[in-house]
Ligand binder design. Structure first.
Ligand code: NOJ
Length: 522
């Protein structure tokens, strides 16, 4: 059984470009760095890479503030570097997904500069969302009560009195997707990168493009709710129908995955209609606590959500937006080794599930969240807008340790300080140190991924639940049975021959905080 197209059961590795590998020695990761480390991804055994934004950007939000959608930021390289990367990725037998950021541009994008210089009511302003303030003496209150996802109001006022909308940082003005020039521009941008050979797109803030025309207040409701005026408005689907036609115009199973946060399965399924997106991220596994019943509920709900659409589910444990799962699983009590043991077990769950898995760089090294970054080093707008009240996401974006015993651990040339400081304790977590240690997290990831590759052709796209003790979760997919024990006490394994375990078994007992893959016959 070969699963086709490729993305239905792919393992995709998220490369946070700025923190992956520094090829030009300026302390920040770049495309040359990615090229130089493709061997790591091939040896790891993933199918594809997803590159976070590398476009020209003032980096007010780590590159999710794009000033030019058809270029490469000089810090990250050139278009030639990009073309060479595409060729090398394909030569390594991998696929390439890039991030597209259509909800907002940078405030340095030529369109926004033009809009700011143009008078209220002009077509240049109509590409964004400009409004007058609430009726009152001087329009001093923003047009409505929408908050920025990074804290504070979602509106900023210009000196001429008009306000513009930004669902994220002030430097990320929201585009007006009711303007046809915005729509045609992005279809053109998709073609630009498809022509250069990319295999797919990850669509940032995919549910937010079209706002309710009334711009009504949220009046105390959570801004993310689907029934609200911001996300998953019906008109957003027209956009993806058009994008799908663009993608379908190219050969080679090009795909798109949407970053869609919804509050219900029906809403999620709408994005997966056959003429819309191929996949959407399903984030509930990442949000679930370390609990067999919570995992079971999440898996059931995720499978049920995609079932009517025929799309494959997607799974994720960590990303550049969340606390690394090794650290999440240690909380609230920090017992040494628990996070690592659970992270290994979670990998066996992730890779046993039908559908595709999205890994985040560094999880294969068991990296923890860095919680003690100096204030002066932090860059996340969440940290800045909360005036240090919230730590933000820098702690999961610390550069990768590749080799050696001191900073920058092979991330870049010796002596060059990386853009975020790297903990001294990472000497034992480098790729080099782990590659030669059969008991390392890296060795375990390689083994699990290799085994999944061998088995994948025989795995049906659905699963069968097996009876399990309360603290455990057992399911079977053809020849593969997964057993996960989230409790403290050992549980008896279901039938099967152990193929891979995260901890030594006691006879047929699986210890707590451990998982096993078993081979089942018949
Ligand atoms: C989601 C991205 O993953 C995140 O990093 C970014 O800050 C927001 N979208 C805004 O673009």
């Amino acid at each position: 059984m070969t699963v086709s197209p490729w993305w239905r059961d792919a393992v995709v590795y998220e490369v946070y470009v700025r923190s992956f590998a520094d090829g030009n020695g300026d302390g920040e990761g770049d495309l040359r760095g990615v090229r130089s480390r493709l061997g790591h991804l091939r040896d790891l055994g993933v199918d594809a890479l997803w590159l976070t934004p590398f476009y020209p950007s003032p980096l007010a939000d780590g590159g999710y503030d794009v000033a030019d959608y058809r270029g490469v930021d000089p810090r990250f390289g050139t278009l030639d570097d990009f073309d060479a990367l595409v060729a090398d990725v394909h030569a390594h037998g991998l696929r390439l997904i890039i991030d597209i950021v259509p909800n907002h541009t940078s405030d340095r994008h030529p369109w926004f500069r033009e809009a700011v210089g143009a008078p209220p009511g002009s077509p240049a302003r109509d590409r964004y969302i400009f409004r007058r303030g609430r009726p009152g003496p001087d329009g001093e209150d923003p047009p409505n009560d929408w908050p920025s996802a990074f804290g504070g109001p979602a509106w900023t006022r210009l000196p001429d009195g008009e306000w513009y909308l930004h669902l994220f940082a002030t430097e990320q003005p929201d585009l007006n997707w009711r303007d046809p020039t915005v729509r045609s521009e992005f279809e053109d941008i998709l073609r630009f990168w498809l022509d250069r050979g990319v295999d797919g797109f990850r669509i940032d803030v995919a549910a937010g493009l079209v706002k309710d025309a009334s711009f009504r207040d949220l009046a105390g409701r959570d801004h993310r709710v689907v029934s609200g005026p911001i996300y998953s408005r019906p008109e957003v689907h027209e956009i993806y129908r058009r994008w799908r036609r663009v993608l379908d115009g190219y050969g080679g199973d090009r795909m798109a995955i949407g970053e869609v946060w919804t509050d219900g399965p029906e809403e999620l399924a709408r994005y997966l209609r056959p003429d819309e997106l191929h996949q959407v991220f399903q984030f509930d596994l990442q949000l679930a606590p370390w609990s067999a019943s919570a995992f079971r509920e999440v898996v059931l709900a995720a499978l049920a959500a995609v079932a009517p659409t025929g799309a494959a589910p997607t799974w994720v444990l960590s990303s550049h937006d969340s606390v690394r799962h090794r650290t999440r699983y240690e909380r609230p009590l920090s017992m040494p080794g628990v996070g690592t043991a659970r992270a290994k077990a979670a990998l066996l769950l992730l890779l046993a599930l039908p559908g595709s898995a999205y890994l985040y760089q560094g999880e294969e090294l068991g990296l923890p969240e860095v919680t003690d970054l100096p204030d002066g080093a932090r860059q996340d707008p969440i940290w800045k807008r909360s005036r240090g009240g919230l730590p933000g996401r820098d702690g999961c974006r610390v550069p990768l340790p590749w080799s050696g015993t001191e900073e920058p651990f092979g991330f870049g040339p010796p002596g060059v300080r990386p853009w975020l400081p790297m903990p001294a304790g990472w000497a034992s977590l480098t790729v080099e140190a782990q590659a030669s240690d059969p008991s390392s997290m890296l060795a375990f990831y390689r083994e699990a991924l290799a085994m999944r590759r061998t088995l994948r052709g025989d795995l049906p796209e659905d699963l069968t639940w097996l009876d399990a003790p309360e603290t455990a979760l057992f399911f079977r997919r053809g020849p593969l049975t997964l057993a996960l024990n989230c409790g403290d006490h050992p549980v008896r394994l279901p039938p099967g021959r152990p193929l891979l375990t995260t901890a030594p078994l006691y006879g047929d007992l699986l210890p707590g905080d451990a998982a096993a893959w078993l081979r089942t016959r018949g």
